[in-house]
Design a protein around this ligand. Structure first.
Ligand code: SME
Length: 165
């Protein structure tokens, strides 16, 4: 059983690496497809949700002093359809224009709860000419779900989304 477990872990690791590359390719293709913005964003959130540790995925856009949810995919709707830029992890990422990773949301007083099952969160700003115009927000039911690979993958996607927001 030990051998099987080890084999399984190695396979899972390899699969995860392959999936980031495949997902990047697929996402860039659709983002560059010149399809309607809403259709592209719906595709992006649906595609991102295929990663097993991405339990809820949303794209917010900046509208004045607020973030407005433009597309999402997950088991339930969030009560936070609009978030003031002064609030939450989402607001923080928009204000600092830096990715924010919260490994354990129960320990971060800045966190705004959407789902009781969420344990960790990553918010990646979409920045055009030094200004945040939106962000990708992902909740995970696992503690410490997001590592450097998730961050650089999502930052690559965010960079591309600049072109369509
Ligand atoms: N948790 C976020 C709010 C958005 S929901 O996760 C969808 C925050 O702290 O800003």
């Amino acid at each position: 059983m030990k051998g099987v477990g080890k084999f399984g872990e190695v396979m899972a690791g390899e699969k995860a690496r392959a999936d980031y590359a495949t997902a990047t390719e697929k996402l860039l293709r659709i983002i560059r497809s010149r399809s309607q913005q809403k259709a592209v964003l719906d595709f992006v959130v649906r595609e991102l949700r295929r990663f097993p540790h991405y339990n809820w995925v949303g794209v917010y856009v900046v509208e004045g002093e607020e973030l407005a949810l433009r597309a999402w995919n997950g088991p339930a709707a969030t009560p936070h359809m609009r978030i003031p830029i002064g609030q939450g992890i989402c607001g923080l990422a928009a204000r600092t224009r830096e990715t924010v990773v919260v490994g354990d949301v129960s320990k971060d007083p800045r966190y705004l709860e959407c789902f009781p099952s969420t344990r960790s969160e990553i918010v990646v700003p979409i920045v055009r000419d030094g200004t945040a115009i939106g962000e990708i927000d992902i909740d995970s039911d696992r503690v410490d779900a997001f590592d450097d690979e998730d961050q650089s993958f999502l930052e690559r996607i965010a960079e591309e989304l600049v072109e369509i927001l």
